[in-house]
Design a protein around this ligand. Structure first.
Ligand SMILES: *[C@@H]1O[C@H](CO)[C@@H](O)[C@H](O)[C@H]1NC(C)=O
Ligand SMILES: *[C@@H]1O[C@H](CO)[C@@H](O)[C@H](O)[C@H]1NC(C)=O
Ligand SMILES: *[C@@H]1O[C@H](CO)[C@@H](O)[C@H](O)[C@H]1NC(C)=O
Ligand SMILES: *[C@@H]1O[C@H](CO)[C@@H](O)[C@H](O)[C@H]1NC(C)=O
Ligand SMILES: *[C@@H]1O[C@H](CO)[C@@H](O)[C@H](O)[C@H]1NC(C)=O
Ligand SMILES: *[C@@H]1O[C@H](CO)[C@@H](O)[C@H](O)[C@H]1NC(C)=O
Ligand SMILES: *[C@@H]1O[C@H](CO)[C@@H](O)[C@H](O)[C@H]1NC(C)=O
Ligand SMILES: *[C@@H]1O[C@H](CO)[C@@H](O)[C@H](O)[C@H]1NC(C)=O
Ligand SMILES: *[C@@H]1O[C@H](CO)[C@@H](O)[C@H](O)[C@H]1NC(C)=O
Length: 754
C-alpha cells in the first residue's frame, strides 16, 4: 500500500498562495503579451522577434520605418527552416537571435582565410567585409581573433585600423588553450564601428610551417565562441561565426527625441537611455514593468505578489511595485526578507492572572483526563462493544444488506485472525505509514497474502474515513480498483483487509531513487488508460457517482503484471445523483489539488480529472508533482508542464526513456490531453469519459497501427457508448475473458453493482 495514506489538510496560507497562483494563471492566459503590432507576424524559422523589428508581408507598419530599413527582417521561406536575414546594402546576414532586453542582435559573418601550399604559392585568400548602416558592432561582446603561425591580420573600418600578429616556428611552441600571440592572437573592438574589412596575410607565405599550419585566418566573433586549441592551426573549424551588434533607434539622443512626441519611440511606463555604442537611444520598461517598451501598452505591470511572493501575510500589487502589510493584531513590514509580521505583545497584569488560571485549569483537566484515560483502558473490552454497537456494526449491517449477497460478501475477520496474520502487528510487517493509518502485510491462515490497513489509535475522524472507504469500496468491483477483502471491527480501531498488490506504487516506479525508471512508454500509456478507466467507472458507472478526491501516483498501485490498481478511498465521496453541489472542507494532496476546488470548495468530478492530469504529466516527464528541489518556477509540475507546452519546450521536459520509445506524435497527444486536464477552469477540462476514450484510441492504434484514427475513434466511442447504457441498467459484463480483441481491451470490467 506504500506510504500513501497521507492526506494533507491545508493551512489557510497555502490555500491563499495557491489561489493567487490560479489568479496568475488566468492573467497569463487572458492577455497574451503583445510583442508585435496587431496582425503582424513575429516569427521566421526559429527566430521570434518583436516590434520595432518586423517583416513587410503584412504591410510596412509592422516594423519601424527609417531610411535604412534596418528594422526590416527578410524571411527566406524556400529554405527549411526558413532563414531570417537582415538587409544591408552590399550583403545580407543571417539573424540568429534578437534580444529586446539587451538590445542586441546576433548575426553570422564569414571567416577570412589565407592558404598556401608547401612551396609558398597562395592557394586561397578572401577578405570578407561587413557593414550595417545604423547598428554598431558590439564592442563589449565581440573579439577580433587571428590564428596562424605566420599571420598578420587587420581589422579596418572607416576611421580606424587595428589588428594583431601571431607567429610560431614549431607546433611545440604553441600553448594549447592560450590565445596570446603564439599561434593565436586577439584584440578588442572599438566603439562606433558600423563596418569593417578584414584582411589576413602572411609575411613568409607559411614557408617551412605549412605542414602543420597551411592557413592563417581571422574573424570577429562573439566573445567566448572560440577557444583556441593546437588543432585549430590546421585550418578553421568553421566558415561562419556569430557576431553581436547593438541595436538602437538611430540618429537622436533621448533629449532630442523626447521633444517630438509623435516620433518618440518609448511608450508609457518606459524610460529612455542614450546608447553607449552608436548614435541613438534605447527604451526600457521601468522597474516593476515588463514587456515591449516600443508598443502602446507594451510595458505591463509585474504582479510581484504572485511572481516573487515577497510578503509573509498580505500583499497588494501596485503599478510598478507592491505593498506588504500585516494583518490586524500584528506588526512589522510584512516582507519575507524584512522583519515579517510578529503578533503585538501586550502583557497586562490581568492577562497574566488570566493566563495562570487557564494553565491551572488545563493542568487540572489534563490530570483528570489521564485518570479517565487509564480507567478507560481497564474497561476497553466494554468500549469495544460500545463502538461496535454504535458505529461499526450498524454501518456494516447497512452495507451488507445493500449488497444483497450479489457476490461473495466482504469477510469479517476476527481480531485474533489478523493478529496472527501480521505477527502481532510486528514492525517488520509494515508496508507503509500515512495520515490514514498504518498498512501491514499479512498472511492469512489459507496462505493468502493481504494488506491490512489499521487506523491510528483513537482518532474518530479516521474511523469515519475508514468506514467511508469501506462503504465505497464495497460498492465497487473493478479490475483496476484495489479489491477489499474484508474488515474487522473488533479492535478499538477498525481494520480493512485488501488484496495484496505486489509491485508497490506507481510513484515508486516513476521516481526510482537514484536510477532511471524502467517503466516503458507502453506500460505508462497502459497504466494511464487503466487508471482513467477506473476513474470513469467511479464517475459514471457506480450506483452513485464516486469522486476519488485524492488521485496521485502514490495512490496507484501496480500488481505483478504492472496493472494499475487505484487505492485509498478514504477521502472519496459519494455524490447524490440529484446533482446537488458538494461543498466541503478542502482535502487532497498538494501538487495534485484542483486549484478551482481549492478556491471554491465546490467539489466536482473535474477535480479528479485535474489530479489525473498531474499523474499524466508525471508519467510523461518523470518529475514529481511538487518538488522543492526544483527551481521556483518549476516546483509545481502542473504549472511547469503547462508553461513548457505554451513555450513549445515540451520535448525538453519529457523523460528521456519516454522520448526514446514513444513516437513524438503520440507523446504530443498525451501531453495535450494532460494539458487539457490541467486547465484551470474545471468547465474547460475534458470529462473522464473523453480522457479514457482518447487514451484507449492511442493504445488501440499502438496495438493495431494499421487502424486509421478516425475509424478507431468511432469504434472506441461506440464501445464506450455501449457501456454507458450498460452502466445505467444492471451491470453485468463478461469481463474476465483474455483474448486480445480491441473490444475486450477497451471494455472496462464491471462485474457487479450493489
Ligand atoms: C532563399 O534561399 C535559397 C536557398 O538558399 C536561395 O537560393 C535564394 O536565393 C534565397 N532567396 C532570397 C530571396 O534570398
Ligand atoms: C536558430 O537555429 C540556428 C541553427 O539552426 C541556431 O544557431 C540559432 O541559435 C537558433 N536561434 C534561436 C533563437 O534559437
Ligand atoms: C604549389 O603551387 C604551385 C602553383 O600551382 C606549383 O607550381 C607548385 O608545384 C606547388 N607546390 C607543391 C609542393 O605542390
Ligand atoms: C572594404 O573593402 C571594400 C572592397 O572590398 C572597399 O570598397 C571599402 O572601401 C573597404 N572599406 C574599408 C573601411 O577599408
Ligand atoms: C587542446 O585542448 C583541447 C581542449 O582543452 C583538447 O580537446 C585538445 O585535445 C588539446 N590538444 C592537444 C594537441 O593537446
Ligand atoms: C541623421 O540625422 C541627420 C540630421 O539630423 C540627417 O542628415 C541624416 O540623414 C540622418 N541619418 C539617418 C541614417 O537617418
Ligand atoms: C515631429 O516629427 C514629425 C515627423 O518627422 C514632424 O512632421 C513634426 O513637425 C515634428 N514636430 C515637432 C514639434 O517638431
Ligand atoms: C531606466 O530604467 C532602467 C530600468 O529600470 C534603469 O536601470 C535606468 O537607470 C533608467 N534610466 C533612466 C535615465 O531613468
Ligand atoms: C501600504 O499599505 C498600508 C496598509 O494598507 C498603508 O498604510 C501604507 O500607506 C501603504 N504603503 C504604500 C507605499 O502604499
Amino acid at each position: 500500500m506504500g506510504g500513501s495514506m497521507l492526506l494533507h489538510r491545508l493551512p489557510l496560507r497555502v490555500v491563499l498562495l495557491l489561489c493567487s497562483l490560479v489568479a496568475l494563471f488566468s492573467v497569463v492566459t487572458a492577455d497574451v503579451v503583445q510583442t508585435t503590432k496587431p496582425g503582424c507576424v513575429n516569427r521566421c524559422g526559429n527566430l521570434t522577434f518583436a516590434y520595432p523589428f518586423g517583416m513587410n508581408d503584412a504591410g510596412d507598419d509592422c516594423y519601424f520605418k527609417e531610411e535604412s530599413k534596418s528594422f526590416l527582417i527578410f524571411c527566406n521561406d524556400s529554405t527549411d527552416p526558413p532563414t531570417p536575414r537582415m538587409y544591408s546594402k552590399d550583403s545580407n546576414f543571417r539573424v540568429l537571435d534578437i534580444s529586446m532586453e539587451s538590445h542586441e542582435i546576433s548575426v553570422t559573418v564569414f571567416v577570412a582565410k589565407d592558404c598556401y601550399n608547401s612551396s609558398g604559392t597562395s592557394l586561397y585568400n578572401n577578405d570578407p567585409h561587413f557593414s550595417l548602416p545604423i547598428f554598431p558592432i558590439s564592442s563589449a561582446k565581440n573579439k577580433f581573433i587571428a590564428v596562424g603561425c605566420n599571420t598578420y591580420a587587420t581589422f579596418s573600418g572607416s576611421t580606424y585600423v587595428t589588428g594583431c600578429l601571431s607567429s610560431c616556428h614549431s607546433v611545440l611552441d604553441v600553448i594549447n588553450g592560450s590565445c596570446s600571440g603564439i599561434g593565436c592572437c586577439e584584440t578588442s573592438i572599438p566603439r562606433d564601428a558600423y563596418r569593417y574589412n578584414i584582411s589576413v596575410t602572411s609575411y613568409n607565405n607559411h614557408l617551412g610551417i605549412s605542414e602543420f599550419n597551411p592557413c592563417g585566418y581571422a574573424f570577429v566573433a562573439q566573445d567566448g565562441f572560440f577557444s583556441f586549441s593546437t588543432d585549430n592551426l590546421r585550418g578553421p573549424p568553421f566558415d561562419m561565426v556569430p557576431l553581436v551588434v547593438d541595436w538602437l533607434i538611430p540618429n537622436q539622443t533621448c533629449d532630442d527625441a523626447q521633444k517630438n512626441t509623435t516620433t518618440y519611440m518609448c511608450r508609457e511606463n518606459s524610460n529612455c537611455t542614450d546608447a553607449e555604442n552608436g548614435n541613438g537611444y534605447q527604451c526600457h520598461c521601468l522597474k516593476g514593468f515588463q514587456g515591449n517598451p516600443y508598443l502602446q501598452n507594451g510595458c505591463q505591470d509585474i504582479n510581484e505578489c504572485v511572481i516573487s511572493q515577497p510578503c509573509v501575510e498580505i500583499c497588494t500589487n501596485l503599478p510598478g511595485t507592491y505593498n506588504c502589510s500585516c494583518p490586524k493584531g500584528s506588526r512589522g513590514d510584512g516582507k519575507k526578507d524584512g522583519n515579517g509580521c510578529t503578533p503585538t505583545k501586550r502583557f497586562r497584569s490581568m492577562d497574566i492572572v488570566l493566563g495562570v488560571s487557564i494553565s491551572f485549569l488545563l493542568v487540572l483537566l489534563g490530570v483528570s483526563w489521564l485518570y479517565w484515560g487509564l480507567r478507560e483502558r481497564k474497561i476497553s473490552r466494554r468500549r469495544e462493544k460500545f463502538f461496535l454497537e454504535n458505529g461499526g456494526r450498524l454501518m456494516l449491517q447497512k452495507i451488507l444488506s445493500e449488497r444483497e449477497g450479489s457476490i461473495e460478501s466482504a469477510r469479517i475477520f476476527t481480531d485474533e485472525e489478523l493478529k496472527k496474520a501480521t505477527d502481532h502487528y510486528h514492525e517488520s510487517r509494515i508496508l507503509g505509514q500515512g495520515g490514514h493509518g498504518t498498512v501491514y502485510r499479512g498472511i492469512l491462515a489459507d496462505n493468502t497474502v493481504v494488506a491490512i490497513k489499521k487506523a491510528k489509535i483513537f482518532d474518530r475522524s479516521q474511523v469515519e474515513e475508514f468506514i467511508n472507504e469501506l462503504i465505497i469500496l464495497s460498492q465497487i468491483n473493478h479490475r483496476n480498483v484495489v479489491k477489499l477483502i474484508g474488515c474487522c471491527f473488533e479492535t478499538e480501531v477498525p481494520l480493512l483487509v485488501y488484496k495484496f498488490v505486489t509491485n508497490g506504487t506507481l510513484s515508486d516506479h516513476i521516481h526510482k531513487c537514484g536510477h532511471e525508471s524502467t517503466l516503458s512508454w507502453r506500460a505508462r500509456l497502459r497504466i494511464a488508460g487503466e487508471t482513467a478507466g477506473a476513474l470513469l467507472y467511479l464517475h459514471s458507472c457506480a450506483s452513485a457517482q464516486i469522486l476519488h478526491r485524492d488521485i496521485k501516483s502514490t495512490n496507484i498501485l501496480l500488481d505483478e503484471n504492472y496493472t494499475a490498481q487505484v487505492a485509498d478511498f478514504g477521502a472519496s465521496r459519494l455524490v447524490p445523483l440529484d446533482g446537488t453541489q458538494l461543498t466541503m472542507l478542502v482535502q487532497g494532496t498538494l501538487g495534485y489539488l484542483d486549484p478551482e476546488y481549492l478556491c471554491s470548495s465546490q467539489l466536482t468530478e473535474k477535480s479528479d480529472v485535474y489530479s489525473f492530469g498531474v499523474v499524466l504529466a508525471e508519467l510523461l516527464t518523470g518529475l514529481r508533482a511538487l518538488s522543492f528541489e526544483r527551481a521556483e518556477n518549476e516546483r509545481n509540475l502542473s504549472l511547469y508542464f503547462a508553461s513548457a507546452i505554451k513555450g513549445e519546450r515540451l520535448f525538453e521536459i519529457i523523460n528521456p526513456m519516454v522520448l526514446n520509445e514513444g513516437n513524438p506524435e503520440e507523446i504530443t497527444e498525451v501531453a495535450m490531453l494532460a494539458n487539457q486536464c490541467l486547465t484551470v477552469k474545471g468547465e474547460d477540462r475534458p470529462t473522464m469519459r473523453e480522457v479514457a476514450m482518447e487514451l484507449e484510441v492511442l493504445r488501440a492504434m499502438d496495438r493495431h497501427p494499421w487502424l486509421n484514427r478516425s475509424g478507431d475513434l468511432e469504434e472506441a466511442e461506440h464501445l464506450l457508448g455501449e457501456r454507458s447504457s450498460e452502466c445505467d441498467g444492471i451491470l453485468r459484463s463478461n469481463a474476465s475473458g483474455s483474448d486480445d480483441s480491441i473490444s475486450n481491451q477497451v471494455a472496462f470490467e464491471i462485474e457487479s453493482r450493489r
